[in-house]
Design a protein around this ligand. Structure first.
Ligand SMILES: Nc1ncnc2c1ncn2[C@@H]1O[C@H](COP(=O)(O)OP(=O)(O)O)[C@@H](O)[C@H]1O
Ligand SMILES: [Mg+2]
Length: 395
């Protein structure tokens, strides 16, 4: 007997086929080409923003692949509230340099300088035999910290280029979670490097939730250094490819009817496409050459819904009574499959004026439960939440 074909879908992991992101990847490749060919410093930091599950981490990973292909040293950090972003970047760069044979414990002047700067930036503990010639760590967010970070990036870039690398590519995921002080250090360092003679070969790519622009604007006065781009859900052709391409690897096809139902249900939301693809594959257990038919839809749908139940429940628990009323009104209007709803309609359903919606609406946007869609309409960030809310409220 043949063992079943493994599911080619990737809920919660980077996809095998990253569809619909050519523009973003090509823009990154253009920056990386400047880095590699001319040793350029890229002063603008591109930040792709979007709700959870839209594909930010997957895109950033593709950019990291492109950076490695271009011959750069990469440093990947997922920002967190309980860690210093700057210290993590320095640590990740140190590992990256080590990977191309630049050993910071060597007795060269450059290694010594990198060591001293990393201590100054609070990255330690120092290895045995490392001299501690610093007056103490620079306060996060201070001009001493941004100067030290800038100097570290410069020295690291020189070391990397000397070792034959293209330069440095820093990747920051979940940038909205970083401390303000670290964002200041990073932004000021980038600002100062831009105007310094002999700027290092370095580039930063970042990704974050929709509130990342607010967080960055609050941290630094000159947020024009950051170029924010919204990462949209996938259009129909791309969503179709996300479902079909992984199956085609095993010569498995989708029936048009099943495809249409899953496309309607998942609304181009990448995480859903992977969840449905995976659930359908497991329900079908297909052999090479099989077709996935519409009879599988209901089984897949209940599997997907039970997978999401925990997430929906915790989101619902975090909503206040006023916010729940708004969610219930939206759920009642959005239908199945869900459609975006107009603010005026929501207010009408709740029998309040549109101004009365602004407080709970803002709170729900900040919590990432709803988002603004085309033409100022509102929709749930995760498809399927409307059905959950309707079941929960008995609507
Ligand atoms: N462009 C894409 N094509 C196909 N699947 C994708 C794409 N982007 C993301 N996914 C899938 O969507 C899910 C969420 O992706 P992820 O990058 O973790 O999102 P985010 O970081 O925005 O929360 C994963 O299961 C991933 O495989
Ligand atoms: Mg992510």
């Amino acid at each position: 007997m043949n063992s079943p074909l493994p599911s080619p879908y990737t809920p919660g992991e980077s996809p095998t086929f990253l569809v619909g992101r050519r523009e973003q990847v090509e823009a990154a490749e253009a920056d990386l080409a400047l880095l590699a060919h001319y040793g350029r410093f890229l002063g603008r930091v591109r930040v792709d923003i979007g709700s959870r599950g839209v594909g930010k981490t997957s895109l950033l990973k593709a950019i990291r692949e492109a950076a490695l292909e271009a011959g750069a040293v990469t440093a990947w950090v997922t920002a967190r509230a309980d860690e210093s972003l700057v210290a993590s970047l320095v640590a990740a760069l140190t590992v990256g340099l080590d990977g191309i044979g630049v050993d910071l414990s060597e007795r060269t002047p450059l290694s010594r300088r990198l060591r001293r700067l990393s201590l100054e930036l609070g990255v330690g503990p120092a290895k045995a035999g490392v001299e501690l010639d610093v007056s103490g760590p620079a306060a996060p967010g201070s001009s001493a910290a941004s100067a030290a970070f800038g100097a570290f990036v410069s020295a690291a870039s020189t070391a990397a280029r000397d070792a034959g690398s293209a330069g440095l590519c820093l990747l920051v995921d979940e940038i909205q979670a970083a401390h303000r002080t670290d964002l200041r250090t990073l932004a000021y360092a980038w600002q100062e490097l831009q105007s310094a003679p002999g700027a290092p070969a370095a580039v930063i790519f970042a990704a974050g939730l929709p509130n990342a622009p607010d967080v960055l604007t609050a941290a630094v006065t000159f947020s024009e250094r950051f170029a924010f781009r919204t990462l949209e859900r996938l259009g129909e052709a791309d969503a179709t490819e996300a479902l079909e391409a992984p199956a085609h690897v095993h010569r498995v096809t989708w029936s048009p009817e099943l495809l249409a139902r899953v496309l309607a249900q998942s609304q181009g939301y990448p995480y859903f496409l992977q969840l449905y693809g995976d659930a359908l594959w497991r329900a079908a257990g297909p052999d090479e050459g099989d077709t996935l038919g519409p009879h599988l839809f209901d089984a897949a749908r209940s599997r997907v819904e039970s997978d999401l139940d925990t997430m929906f429940r915790s989101r619902w628990a975090k909503a206040s009574p006023g916010e729940r009323r708004l969610l219930a009104a939206m759920a009642g209007l959005s239908g199945d499959p869900e459609q975006p709803v107009r603010r005026g309609e929501v207010a009408e359903a709740m029998r309040v004026g549109t101004n009365d919606l602004s407080v709970p609406r803002r709170a729900l946007l900040d919590k990432g439960l709803i988002e603004v869609a085309a033409r100022g309409t509102l929709r749930f960030t995760v498809p399927g939440f409307a059905g959950f809310v309707r079941a929960e409220t008995g609507a």
